[in-house]
Design a protein around this ligand. Structure first.
Ligand code: MN
Ligand code: MN
Length: 387
């Protein structure tokens, strides 16, 4: 009995503040969120919710795959980007469609064939593997199809209120145009359209396509001028003692004008250093492991959250944060921004280039701390824009 009581966390801080929770309660969630059950004593004030799990979303199941999304409906603070987690079976198709928002994507596992056509009739057809990105500019028609092992990926749209269930799709178009108009447009008899789908198909089960070299269509207008694919994980990372980071923005993935991102690896015991972003809000997707983040805002407000694989985190522009690996495994996450550039301010770097006398008088710190600011071997992931 004593042993069991030890394993159940209680909302009691080390100094004795708080009290036991006799229930009702969700103990599994409390175990997953130790810094939310017992916030650090430094947490203060009111900050909005900055966490949502894909496990708590509305799941759409289709023959051929599934999808679920985290938009401003689920996480109201997330107005810049909306996220979709999708799986396609081998041969499963996300049908030809287009939408107002741009689409930035990261392949989590497996492989897919993507197709897209631009405003000049130039096309792009490519196979996407684990760790690869793709990007479709707004309103360009595109499709996705799972290859032999199927695939799972994350989509990001540059509008927090966008829903992937609210797009213009090929099946919906054919279902909602008079058949005589379709017949006139394509110069075929009306009975060519006897078996059209009755509405939006969204995802359907197809057959696994053959090799790209046989199935790619050559457009008479040529290829799109900028590649819609980028191999992020294959990119040489910036490495530090605590982990690594791979950044993709218009400097190396020029077509992705509305979304910049970094793939961050944090080893056990390490952390992504204290920093903030001057350009826009940060949308995070946790791929593996577990961590915690404290977000600091105006008027001494601070709130600490725990995250794990499958969670989305969010940080409003300018708000300070770190991400600490709290688990035994390597933590991997994506940080993404509605921006053409990845930008950030490192607290360490900022303080290292500020007169030390000013820092000392401001914070009442001594030479030991001031010397540490100049130490290049800090166990953190240093901000790469300074390297
Ligand atoms: Mn799309
Ligand atoms: Mn950040």
């Amino acid at each position: 009995m004593q042993e069991r009581r030890c394993r159940i966390p209680q909302p009691i801080r080390e100094d004795g503040a708080g009290a036991t929770d006799p229930g009702p309660r969700d103990i599994m969630r409390d175990i997953e969120n130790p810094d939310m059950l017992v916030p650090p004593a430094t947490d203060a004030g009111l900050l909005p919710n900055l966490k949502f799990s894909f496990s708590d979303t509305s799941m759409v199941l289709k023959m051929g795959g599934w999808s679920r999304e985290i938009t401003a409906r689920e996480l109201p603070v997330a107005t810049t980007l909306a996220g979709v987690n999708m799986r396609l079976t081998p041969g499963g198709v996300r049908e030809v469609h287009w939408h107002i928002a741009s689409e930035w994507s990261y392949m989590l596992s497996g492989s897919a064939r993507i197709t897209a056509v631009d405003q000049c009739g130039r096309n792009f057809i490519a196979d996407i593997g684990p760790g690869d990105l793709w990007y479709f500019p707004p309103r360009f028609p595109h499709s996705l199809q799972g290859l032999k092992d199927g695939c799972e990926f994350l989509l990001l749209f540059d509008d927090g209120n966008f829903s992937d269930l609210n797009t213009l799709s090929l099946s919906d178009l054919f279902a909602h145009y008079p058949k005589d108009v379709l017949a006139a447009n394509f110069c075929v008899p009306v009975d060519a359209f006897n078996y059209l789908p009755s509405g939006q198909v969204y995802i359907y089960q197809g057959t696994v396509p053959g090799p790209l070299e046989y199935e790619a269509v050559q457009s008479p207008y040529g290829l799109v001028p900028q590649s819609f694919k980028h191999r992020l994980l294959a990119q040489e990372p910036i490495t530090t003692p605590g982990g690594s980071v791979r950044i993709a923005d218009t400097s190396n993935f020029p077509v992705a004008k509305t979304t910049a991102a970094a793939l961050v690896e944090i080893k056990p015991g390490a952390m992504r250093e204290i920093h903030w972003h001057p350009n826009n809000d940060e949308f995070q997707y946790y791929i593996a492991g577990q961590g915690r983040m404290t977000v600091f805002a105006e008027n001494g407000r601070a709130r600490t959250f725990n995250y794990r694989a499958g969670d989305v985190g969010y940080v409003p522009v300018g708000y300070v944060h770190y991400v600490q690996n709290t688990g035994p495994e390597t933590l991997w996450f994506l940080e993404a921004f509605k921006s053409d550039r990845f930008e950030g301010v490192s607290l360490n770097q900022m303080m290292a280039v500020t007169p030390p006398e000013l820092i000392a008088s401001n914070l009442h710190v001594g030479p030991k701390f001031l010397n540490a600011l100049q130490d290049e071997e800090l166990p953190v992931i240093l901000c790469p824009w300074f390297s």
